[in-house]
Ligand binder design. Structure first.
Ligand code: PEP
Length: 250
């Protein structure tokens, strides 16, 4: 099976108003020559404008979360259907800030993945251990459990991406060793193959957690790493494009 095209996706989290759209336009202009897939996931309020203002480019726009239901009495939530209508093609699901801050279980994430598939959104499903779990030697067990619980069987044959994001590396400036990233990515790939057979070789497995221009090239050069999910360093086009420049081309 041919390796998946690398994906570098930016997660703006709760950052960015209309003034920040210039950064997205600059990234969109560079997307054709990037040689990898590029995506930005802005706050829900910007999905439609960013999609419109970057239309015709190769930059893909995504949401940061979606509800499992299509519509209903869920104050503050956004459905997968709404994201698609706003122009999204991808959606981040199971980010640790949702799992920890909003009490999302593996089952909740799996239901959201099903919702994304219902409307043809490509889910980027996040997994990762806490610092305590790593120190207790449970990183592989935790990540494997999250993969098994958060990925519904209907993903078989569908386009999706997994992001390994150690919780302790997100926004801290800390990163795992290259050996540790490789070990976890191997475990994720083995689990995907166990769950989906040969098709488990297809999805890209991203690394996320304090990826910056200074460390991106060595992380992205690891054969097991199929791209990056980038938080803080995706807010400025210059930083994001410096990360993209370090990625091996497809
Ligand atoms: C993230 O939140 O997905 C992330 C990787 O953040 P940062 O790059 O800022 O660590």
């Amino acid at each position: 099976m041919t390796p998946p095209t690398p994906l570098i996706a930016g997660n703006w989290k709760m950052n960015g108003t209309g003034q920040a759209l210039g950064e997205a336009r600059a990234i969109a202009e560079a997307a054709t020559a990037a040689g990898v897939r590029l995506a930005l996931c802005p706050p829900a309020t910007l999905v439609e404008r960013m999609s419109r203002e970057t239309a015709g480019s190769k930059l893909e726009i995504g949401g940061q979360d979606c509800h499992s239901e299509a519509a209903g009495a869920f104050t503050g939530d956004v459905s997968a259907e709404m994201l698609v209508e706003a122009g999204a093609r991808l959606v981040i699901l199971g980010h640790s800030e949702r799992r920890a801050g909003h009490g999302e279980s593996d089952a909740t994430v799996a239901a959201k993945v099903s919702a994304a598939l219902r409307v043809g959104l490509e889910p980027i499903i996040c997994v990762g251990e806490t610092r305590a779990e790593r120190e207790e030697g449970r990183a592989l067990a935790v990540v494997t459990r999250q993969i098994r619980g958060s990925l519904p069987a209907e993903l078989s044959g569908k386009a999706f991406t997994v992001a390994y994001e150690p919780v302790w590396a997100i926004g801290t400036g800390l990163t795992p060793t290259l050996e540790d990233i490789t070990e976890v990515h191997h475990a994720i790939r083995a689990t995907l193959k166990d769950m989906f057979g040969a098709e488990g070789a297809a999805p890209a497995i991203l690394y996320g957690g304090s990826v910056k221009p200074g460390n991106a090239a060595e992380i992205l050069a690891l054969p097991e790493v199929g791209g990056a999910l980038v938080g803080g360093a995706s807010l400025k086009a210059a930083d994001f494009l410096a990360i993209v420049a370090g990625a091996p081309k497809a």
